[in-house]
Design a protein around this ligand. Structure first.
Ligand code: ADP
Ligand code: MG
Length: 289
């Protein structure tokens, strides 16, 4: 019978690390036409490493100041910059009055030396002039698939830090499986277009980049108007996107947070789990009818 088929489908998912909160989510999964992925922590491991440092003045002083600003941030880029400052044994200056984060753009704090911003090159170019050779350097780093952040003090650019985040080992396979099931895939990211394209072309997915949080939601709504869409995110800072999609899937890592924010969680962080969810749903639905 119907409830029995659904119950057995849910149980089968759980045994494979695919936590599905209820029958409605299980049914929707089989009907999705689009799978939209967050980049950082979803298609990538989410543990970026600093690869290049371009200091216009003192590079270590710039890293220390950037780390000071990132102290209040839980963003993967911030954690990586703090880790780099610690690895170099730098003394991290004190930030006064905490930090102000602007999602999708960057973060700012007041240090003894002045207001320091760590943020996207797009944001830095909006704030003021950027030297031509630095701009060229940023483009080259981004074309290598690195994410670049600009460190500024007041209007003065101190330099840039490039970071690389590795794709998940099963990302290519996971996307191929979805394509095999006839599902369109897209990566939605706030990162710049060159970095996003470099990563996306390696993975075999279309990329929509430079999306501020509201633009991510608008993109999901636009796909949803065409047919059911799943959003796959990290479940922590992607809650609105997960909620806007027809079904939200969190890369869970086995945490409780994931299941609170999404209807579905991939406990083992497997990208291939998304296609398995679709297949499980389709098998369950065909048992009903
Ligand atoms: P994603 O879509 O990969 O999750 P976000 O929307 O979080 O990216 O961020 C987009 C861009 O904004 C980053 O690539 C970075 O340039 C900048 N940014 C956001 N938060 C921070 C931060 N805490 N420190 C430095 N840069 C940041
Ligand atoms: Mg994010």
């Amino acid at each position: 019978s119907t409830p029995a088929a659904i119950a057995s489908g849910l149980a089968r998912g759980t045994r494979n690390g695919l936590l599905i909160k209820g029958g409605a989510a299980l049914e929707t999964l089989g009907k999705i036409q689009t799978a939209a992925f967050d980049k950082t922590g979803t298609l990538t491991v989410g543990n970026p490493q600093v690869t290049d440092v371009v200091g216009l003045e003192d590079a270590n002083e710039m890293i220390a100041k950037a780390a000071a600003v990132e102290q209040g941030s839980s963003h993967p880029l911030g954690l990586a910059i703090i880790a780099e400052a610690e690895r170099l044994g730098l003394e991290i200056p004190r930030a006064f009055g905490g930090s102000i984060a602007t999602p999708g753009k960057g973060v700012m704090s007041r240090l003894k030396s002045g207001f320091v911003t760590v943020g996207s090159p797009i944001q830095a170019r909006e704030q003021g002039e950027m030297p031509e050779d630095l701009s060229a350097r940023i483009l080259a780093l981004e074309n290598e698939g690195k994410t670049v952040v600009v460190v500024s003090e007041g209007k003065r650019i101190l330099g840039v830090i490039a970071l690389r985040d590795e794709p998940r080992a099963d990302a290519v396979e996971g996307l191929k499986k979805l394509h095999g099931l006839g599902i369109k895939t897209v990566m939605l990211t706030g990162d710049n277009a060159r970095t996003a394209t470099a990563i996306a072309s390696k993975l075999g997915i279309e990329a929509k980049a430079e999306l501020l949080p509201d633009a991510k939601l608008a993109a999901i709504s636009a796909y949803k108007a065409e047919g059911p869409i799943a959003m796959i995110g990290d479940g922590i800072n992607d809650a609105p996107a997960l909620a806007t999609a027809s079904v939200g899937i969190a890369m869970g890592g086995g945490t409780d947070v994931a299941l609170e924010t999404a209807e579905v969680a991939l406990l083992k962080n497997r990208v291939t789990g998304v296609a398995e969810l679709v297949s499980l749903s389709r098998a369950t639905l065909s048992n009903i009818w």
